[in-house]
Ligand binder design. Structure first.
Ligand SMILES: [Zn+2]
Ligand SMILES: [Zn+2]
Length: 271
């Protein structure tokens, strides 16, 4: 009983705290300090999309961020879609703010960026698909179109999932930034969202301070799927940043063990 009331007070404190943060630090653009928005319209327009995607393992450029066949053997994940360049100051600032300074309001702008990026990805795939239906686009495009991921071909059937946080980190931050992004992407395209069944069981060291091999060890066996069989359903996993792909890949392995079809990552940027 006592614990329950402490928990309840804890929750209130959290939202009150966020409210005061907004009062103390007025919202101003991370790019030009103009008041009113975290990313003003003008600065937003300056952000460069990542026009070419690549295999996250060997960095070879391709259309859809898929792992090339020899690299793919090492991964449960099918590929990663990266919306923007992290080395753009504005993007790295925005992501750090979203994660560490509790500015959940930024999720709106960053998800907008993801959405514009997905629009482009779908447009590109439509162009390639028209090659498949024989409108004279040529053999080269025809061959490219053959390799279109199912998650793009049947985009409306995808299941959207945020990369989960551990309970401890969620309590500390007050929100899961990946969930805020996932919610908006799902809403925009009318896709089903599952934010509850993929669980992060262990609270491990923050990945940012580790090298590639340490990351793999650190993240291993951290996720559990609590839902039913996924019956070949294709899944888009959403996170703010990808680095080596170790986290997305661990999620993908767990989801595929539960019957998922393709599993793709969609992130704002590569850190
Ligand atoms: Zn601005
Ligand atoms: Zn590769």
């Amino acid at each position: 009983m006592i614990i329950e009331s402490i928990k309840r007070v804890g929750k209130i404190t959290n939202s009150v705290w966020l409210f005061f943060l907004d009062l103390i630090f007025p919202i101003e653009c991370l790019g030009c300090s103009r008041e009113g928005r975290w990313l003003c319209e003008q600065c937003f327009k300056q952000i460069k999309f990542k026009s070419r995607q690549y295999c996250l393992h060997c960095k070879k450029e391709n259309n859809f961020g898929e792992f090339c066949p020899p690299c793919g053997i090492l991964y449960g994940l099918d590929g990663v879609w990266i919306a923007a360049l992290y080395d753009e100051l504005l993007i790295s600032r925005a992501i750090k703010s979203l994660k560490y300074h509790f500015t959940s309001g930024l999720a709106g702008d960053l998800s907008e960026l993801m959405i514009l990026f997905v629009d482009r990805l779908l447009k590109e795939s439509r162009t390639l698909k028209s090659g498949l239906t024989g409108s004279g686009v040529g053999w080269r495009n025809f061959k490219r179109a053959e390799k279109l991921p199912l998650a793009i071909l049947n985009f409306k059937e995808n299941l959207i999932m945020p990369v989960p946080l551990s309970k401890r980190r969620l309590r500390w931050r007050g929100f899961n930034q990946a969930e805020l992004l996932a919610r908006r992407v799902a809403e925009k395209y009318g896709l089903e969202l599952d934010k509850d069944n993929l669980i992060r069981t262990k609270h491990k060291k923050a990945q940012a301070k580790l090298n590639e091999i340490e990351r793999l060890k650190n993240i291993k066996d951290c996720f559990v799927w609590q839902g039913g069989n996924l019956n070949k359903r294709n899944i888009i996993l959403i996170d703010d940043v990808v680095t080596t792909g170790a986290t997305l890949n661990e999620c993908a392995k767990v989801l595929k063990a539960a019957g998922a079809g393709e599993v793709w990552g969609l992130v704002v940027a590569k850190g």
